[in-house]
Design a protein around this ligand. Structure first.
Ligand SMILES: [Zn+2]
Length: 255
């Protein structure tokens, strides 16, 4: 998922590791929010962000950045200063039943992702409107549905035709609104890990899903011997090679 749903974590990583997310503006604006939340005034927040940039932004050019930073510090001063922290999203049983009733895996997956995004956007915007404002390609990526642009358009159109989502009247925007949300019901799936989150749905639907024994990433259980995700499995292999090499060397020394 490309959306940043945990601004607190982003700020924490920036302050402790000097980490700047590839969406640089997001890191900076979150930091400014954080400085204000500490009770700093505009001048103090401006100095603090200047300091951070000097320390962590590669080849920081104070003059080039001056206007942008001034503008952000000024506009954020008037805004809400609490940082977004979404740890879980609940999909209810009624919502799952609706999705399953579409009876087509591709459409079900897309509907599930649209619904999850709509709940995240509700939290970001502080409302219950279920509008999703993200590029279509992000939805398809998270749904793990491969389709070219034409096919994507057709599939989204299907969801509109059956009344699962509706488009905005503003043709310049890509927003879609989810129409089948039903929060007033028992939890069916609670998503707490947003990597590969479509697998929560596939598991609910009966597919064999497992989690990596090392990092917890959800994966398809393609064999009973599979224990790790690709990355962890590579890391484990390297570790094993290192250890066996060391053993061999020690053995040779004894001889
Ligand atoms: Zn892993």
């Amino acid at each position: 998922m490309k959306l940043i749903i945990n601004e607190k974590e982003l700020v924490h990583k920036a302050l402790t590791e000097g980490f700047i997310h590839q969406k640089t503006s997001k890191t900076i604006t979150c930091l400014i929010k954080y400085y204000y939340s500490l009770g700093m005034n505009r001048q103090q927040a401006r100095e603090a962000i200047e300091q951070f940039m000097h320390e962590h932004y590669p080849h920081f050019n104070s003059v080039k950045w001056q206007d942008t930073l001034d503008r952000w510090v000024k506009s954020i001063e008037k805004q809400e200063h609490s940082l977004l922290e979404i740890k879980e999203v609940v999909i209810t049983r009624k919502e799952l039943e609706y999705i399953r009733s579409l009876n087509s895996l591709v459409h079900e997956k897309l509907a599930f992702v649209y619904l999850l995004y709509s709940k995240i956007f509700n939290r970001m915007n502080g409302n219950d409107s279920y509008w999703v404002n993200t590029p279509r390609s992000d939805i398809f990526k998270d749904a793990k549905v491969t389709a070219n642009s034409v096919k994507q358009g057709l599939l989204v159109n299907d969801l509109i035709t059956i009344g699962a989502i509706e488009p905005t009247l503003n043709t310049k925007k890509l927003s879609k609104r989810v129409l089948f949300a039903n929060d007033q019901d028992d939890a069916g799936i609670t998503v707490r890990d947003f990597r590969n989150f479509i697998y929560f749905y596939l598991e609910w639907r009966g597919e064999k899903i497992m989690s990596c024994s090392s990092c917890g990433l959800l994966l398809r259980q393609t064999s009973n011997r599979k224990k790790y995700c690709g990355e962890c499995s590579k890391a484990k292999q390297k570790e094993w090679q290192r250890k066996s090499m060391k053993k061999r060397r020690e053995h040779e020394l004894v001889k």
